[in-house]
Design a protein around this ligand. Structure first.
Ligand SMILES: Nc1ncnc2c1ncn2[C@@H]1O[C@H](COP(=O)(O)OP(=O)(O)OP(=O)(O)O)[C@@H](O)[C@H]1O
Ligand SMILES: [Mg+2]
Length: 329
């Protein structure tokens, strides 16, 4: 089971969108995916049709359970979603007071990681969506993951958010090991604007080693998919943002950037949006990409040729999620 955390202390940079889009791609090729919402605002929870004000149990329950020894079964915290093969560990609004209530209690930094260990045979991938604030939830997410994905909106103010996150990481690393590799992912890139291009150039100059050599373009299909509560990669697999997210997944899994069409097909004539390789900016050095750790896998969406069965999780509650999944328990 791979655990990827999506974090940035700046709000509105594409954390939830990145979580949902990667989850959609992974599930579309048949992986069993768990998405975890650690944001008290519950955007990811809302995305999948649940209300953070009323959802129960939730991530909050995990912490209550760890702090007070209540015996809520872990699996009861997981929900089906309307997307095939994506399960959700929802956020409840109560998370907003977690730091005040339990922040000082020892052992609270590993609660999520320990829960995920229980589910390691049940999922191929876990994606954790973080709140834009530093606190016990972010510490849990960093401690639990083996990969840190940092979406950075390609505008000047977003660079400040990145600096804050790097500072936080350094601080956390002083007190506990964080084994995650970091990848910075430029988002909402608009090649027509000078601000987008300059921001990408700065990212390249200051963080070239950790920078994904492409960018997720600004694409209205992202908002359209969000309105329908579905991953853009599932609803519009050939939208510019979806193609870019497919390239990103390939890079995350192989460490190699490829000009091949991410779904393994012939290149369409206009892939420019998925590969905004800095027209007016110095091109990124693709050959400096990390070496492949394992052979590239062909990416495919909605491929059902090898659907793996749903995990045996005991009783996954069938809740208010609009289109319940068939889960083989
Ligand atoms: N590539 C994109 N193109 C167009 N709109 C996008 C793109 N990515 C995200 N958005 C939109 O930008 C807004 C913020 O995105 P998102 O919610 O993913 O950010 P976030 O970092 O999770 O925010 P928060 O910190 O508030 O949780 C949303 O309305 C989303 O639909
Ligand atoms: Mg969010």
């Amino acid at each position: 089971m791979k655990v990827w955390t999506v974090a940035n202390q700046k709000g509105g940079v594409g954390k939830t969108t990145t979580t949902v889009s990667l989850a959609g791609l992974l599930a579309g090729r048949g992986d069993r995916v768990l998405v975890v919402d650690l944001d008290p605002h519950g955007s990811l929870t809302v995305y999948f049709g649940l209300d953070p004000d009323t959802v129960e149990p939730s991530v909050y329950t995990l912490f209550q359970r760890a702090a007070s020894g209540t015996r809520t079964p872990l699996a009861s915290c997981l929900r089906r979603t309307r997307s095939e093969r994506i399960a959700l560990l929802p956020a409840s609004s109560a998370l907003v007071s977690l730091d005040r209530q339990l922040g000082a209690q020892t052992g609270m930094g590993l609660v999520l990681g320990q829960a995920l260990m229980q589910w390691r045979a049940a999922f191929d991938h876990v994606l954790i969506d973080c709140p834009p604030t530093l606190g016990i939830l972010m510490v849990n997410a960093l401690a639990a993951c083996d990969r840190l994905i940092v979406p950075v909106q390609t505008e000047f103010l977003a660079l400040k958010g990145l600096e804050r996150l790097l500072h936080t990481l350094a601080m956390i690393r002083r007190s506990r090991p964080v084994r995650a590799d970091m990848l910075i992912v430029p988002t909402m890139y608009d090649r027509r604007t000078r601000a987008s291009q300059q921001c990408l150039q700065t990212l390249h100059e200051q963080h070239g080693d950790a920078l994904w050599p492409r960018a997720i373009p600004a694409d209205n299909k992202v908002r359209e998919a969000a309105q329908q509560g579905r991953p853009v990669t599932e609803l519009f697999p050939y939208a510019r943002a979806s193609l870019a997210y497919a390239h990103l997944l390939h890079y995350l899994e192989t460490g190699v950037d490829s000009d091949r069409h991410p779904y393994g097909e012939a290149l369409p004539t206009d892939l420019s949006a998925a590969a905004p390789l800095l027209p007016d900016v110095e091109p990124l050095a693709l050959d400096q990409a990390r070496p492949a750790t394992r052979p590239p896998e062909r990416l495919a969406v909605n491929e059902d040729s090898d659907p793996r069965p749903w995990p045996t999780l005991g009783s996954i509650p069938i809740t208010a999620a609009p289109h319940p999944l068939e889960i083989t328990a």
